[in-house]
Design a protein around this ligand. Structure first.
Ligand SMILES: C[S@@+](CC[C@H](N)C(=O)[O-])C[C@H]1O[C@@H](n2cnc3c(N)ncnc32)[C@H](O)[C@@H]1O
Length: 452
């Protein structure tokens, strides 16, 4: 048991131990055979026998083998491939314990940062079938085309027919894409050394109409994809299909020049009452219900009257457009050309968006020019996981806007930036955690900063 003399751990060995905590990387932490161990699929409180998956110089990975005392927070995971697929590492943890662990990780990230009002986490009814955006990798296995996800830290595909956390309509549309692509005989890409065409298929769902926009990600274009696109839009659940050509050897899959194949070019997403156009390649939140909740929180926290609303990581313009009615001027800054075109298309449809200006470019380059120091300015920040770039924080400090609303999907980078803002004279007066990604360690937060 934990506390006894350490047992030598080698791959495949079984040793006694216990699980102590959940960690932000998805694996739990415990003590097994007297060694600190990363426990895949462990729940704090589990005790018993653990099998060694990997024993490296710096870390030991184990998984429960035979638990003599399973944790009271252990539940049967709904997904049959949870042990191999890295997508939902906390599915075996009861929801209340998951929520407590995410709060603990947030508290840890915030450290001594002063927060006026830290609210309860906003949660949603569905902890399954919640994803309205998906990306599934493709591979031929024994001539059959399968879709799935990569095992963590490998390029081994875990076949998944219908992902438990993806919306059923998204699963149905992806299954249809798999069938049509399989029939076409398209080869699949595995590595730069082994040529092949199909890499992945992405889908995004409009839950109001129950229709999906699909993107087929390939290494090379081919005229037969036009026929495939037309065959797919014959299914009423598939609104449109695009082709993304990614010739890069690895890295981010859904990136590269895109061509429309068939059907609709964009979805009309109703995000908390705002009709916003979204094409196949622009950022959209993983969970539609949470996207609307973020807008509702922003409506509550942004002042009723704003002179200049500056949305510095604007995407398709969700926050800037939703809050446009309370601002004299709105500036959207976005570097992704597809998202800029989507925002332009939404604005061109009227709806009172005539006071909105789009600045296409890197926020780090344009922030100084855009932030003109007008009294009553509100800055919106919804950056990628890496957080806000240093030159942007410096530009904000110089312009000294009255209010900053920061939406973050990564509490660690948020806490780092919040300290910078505190150093520039801002106080975080409200912080609202939002449960965007059940069964994972990830937590979205919305925070308001006002000048101290
Ligand atoms: C988390 S998304 C948020 C988008 C939008 N607020 C929404 O909710 O849909 C971050 C956005 O910032 C954009 N972005 C990333 N780095 C950027 C930069 N340096 N300058 C401007 N935009 C950037 C991305 O293309 C993406 O659209």
């Amino acid at each position: 048991m934990a506390g006894d003399a350490p047992t030598r751990l080698v791959k495949g060995a079984v040793a006694e131990g216990e699980v102590r905590a959940l960690h932000r990387d998805g694996d739990a932490r415990g003590v097994v055979g007297g060694h600190a161990a990363r426990v895949r699929g462990g729940v704090p409180g589990d005790r018993g026998a653990f099998r060694v998956l990997h024993a490296g110089r710096n870390a030991v990975w184990v998984a429960p083998e035979a638990l003599s005392e399973p944790s009271p927070d252990r539940v049967v995971p709904p997904c049959p491939v949870v042990d191999r697929c890295g997508g939902c590492p906390w599915q075996m943890v009861a929801l209340p314990a998951q929520r407590a662990a995410r709060r603990a990780l947030l508290a840890d990230a915030l450290g001594d940062l002063e927060v006026g009002e830290l609210r309860d986490t906003v949660t949603f009814d569905d902890a399954l079938a919640y994803r309205t955006r998906a990306l599934m990798m493709a591979r031929r296995v024994k001539r059959r085309l399968v879709f799935g996800f990569f095992e963590p830290r490998t390029d081994e595909l875990v076949p998944v027919d219908a992902c438990a956390v993806q919306h059923p309509t998204l699963n149905t549309a992806l299954a249809r894409a798999r069938a049509v692509l399989d029939e076409s005989g398209v080869t699949t890409w595995r590595s730069a050394a082994r040529a092949g065409t199909l890499r992945a298929v992405a889908g995004r769902l409009d839950p109001d109409t129950g229709t999906v926009l699909l993107t087929i990600v390939v290494t090379r274009d081919d005229p037969r994809f036009d026929d495939i696109g037309h065959a797919l839009v014959a299914d009423p659940r598939i609104a449109g299909v695009a082709l993304c050509v990614n010739t890069a050897p690895g890295g981010q899959v859904a990136r590269g020049p895109t061509r429309h194949l068939a059907g609709a070019k964009r979805l009309h997403l109703d995000i908390d009452g705002v009709d916003i156009l979204c094409g196949p390649m622009s950022f959209v939140q993983t969970q539609h219900a949470a996207a609307s909740a973020l807008v509702r929180i922003a409506r509550e926290l942004v002042p009723e009257r704003v002179t200049h609303l500056v949305d510095l990581y604007a995407g398709i313009g969700v926050f800037g457009l939703a809050l446009c009615g309370r601002a004299e001027r709105v500036t959207l800054v976005e570097e992704n050309a597809d998202a800029v075109r989507d925002a332009e298309a939404t604005i061109a449809r009227g709806n009172g968006f005539d006071r909105v200006r789009i600045v296409a470019g890197d926020a780090a380059q344009v922030a100084d020019g855009v932030l003109d120091g007008a009294p009553g300015t509100c800055v919106l920040l919804d950056p990628p996981r890496a957080g806000v770039a240093e030159p942007v924080l410096a530009a904000i400090a110089r312009a000294a806007p009255e209010t900053i609303l920061y939406v973050s999907c990564h509490p660690t980078s948020f806490a780092r930036d919040a300290r910078e803002l505190a150093g520039a004279g801002y106080r975080c007066d409200v912080l609202v955690p939002v449960e965007m990604f059940p069964h994972t360690p990830h937590l979205e937060v919305v925070a308001r900063f006002v000048r101290a």
